[in-house]
Design a protein around this ligand. Structure first.
Ligand SMILES: N[C@@H](CCC(=O)N[C@@H](CS)C(=O)NCC(=O)O)C(=O)O
Length: 213
């Protein structure tokens, strides 16, 4: 069985929501921020970050994009991605990486995490620049939805929609402000929130309603 290393409101939400949507058996290992920051957690993921996913054979996966791509392709019958190896799957991977390597990173910087350990004044500039970057990236996603929605892969709901939804939860200055600025993103988030299989997991992260993060 899979083991999801999970922290309330953190990046494990995408794996958690995806596992629920796929109805694949897994065990939730709920952790505190203190446990994640213990040096021993780096035995699972080299940077000591959430999410990590333990596999039945004892390996551990890290990086949210890799975990989502792995789960969707390991369980193709759940329809959470186009068939692995297809052109559609290539497009799916492009958008997943777009979000995990650009938007997730910009969001972390906009949240003020100060990953480069710079002075408060320098970090304030990074936060400001990252917020502008987030605006640019959100607009690209909104355009994709308005050109070919309702989902990021068109008519088919996929793991991409769960991933993007997770990112909306962390939007700054607020989730509501992002929704107001980009109604297409708001519509998409409402549709993900309404999926019956996600209710309990959303509730466990306190994000059943807008603004829970
Ligand atoms: N690139 C990583 C980023 C993961 C990340 O930033 N995780 C944050 C939580 S959302 C974390 O674990 N932070 C550790 C800490 O705050 O100690 C991924 O996509 O999985």
């Amino acid at each position: 069985m899979y083991k999801l290393y999970n922290v309330k409101g953190w990046g494990s939400m995408c794996g958690h929501f995806l596992l629920e949507e796929m109805a694949v058996p897994y065990t939730n290992i709920w952790m505190t921020s203190g446990q994640v920051r213990e040096p021993s957690f780096r035995d699972l993921g080299p940077l000591g970050l959430i999410p990590c996913l333990g596999l039945p054979d004892g390996r551990t996966l890290f990086e949210s994009g890799a975990i989502v791509a792995f789960l969707a392709s390991a369980h193709p019958e759940t329809g959470m991605a186009p068939p692995p190896g297809s052109h559609g799957f290539g497009e799916f991977l492009s958008w997943l990486h777009f979000m995990s390597t650009n938007l997730y990173v910009a969001i972390n910087h906009a949240l003020g995490e100060n990953p480069f350990n710079v002075s408060a004044a320098e970090n304030a500039s990074i936060v400001k620049g990252a917020a502008l970057k987030c605006d640019e990236l959100w607009a690209i996603l909104a355009t994709r939805l308005s050109r070919g929605g309702p989902w990021l892969m068109g008519k088919d709901f996929s793991a991409l929609d769960i991933y993007m939804f997770m990112l909306t939860i962390w939007a700054r200055p607020s989730e509501a402000a992002l929704h107001e600025k980009l109604p297409r993103i708001a519509q998409h988030a409402a549709a993900v929130r309404a999926r019956p299989k996600l209710k309990a997991a959303l509730d466990s992260h306190g994000v059943l309603d807008i603004g829970g993060y």
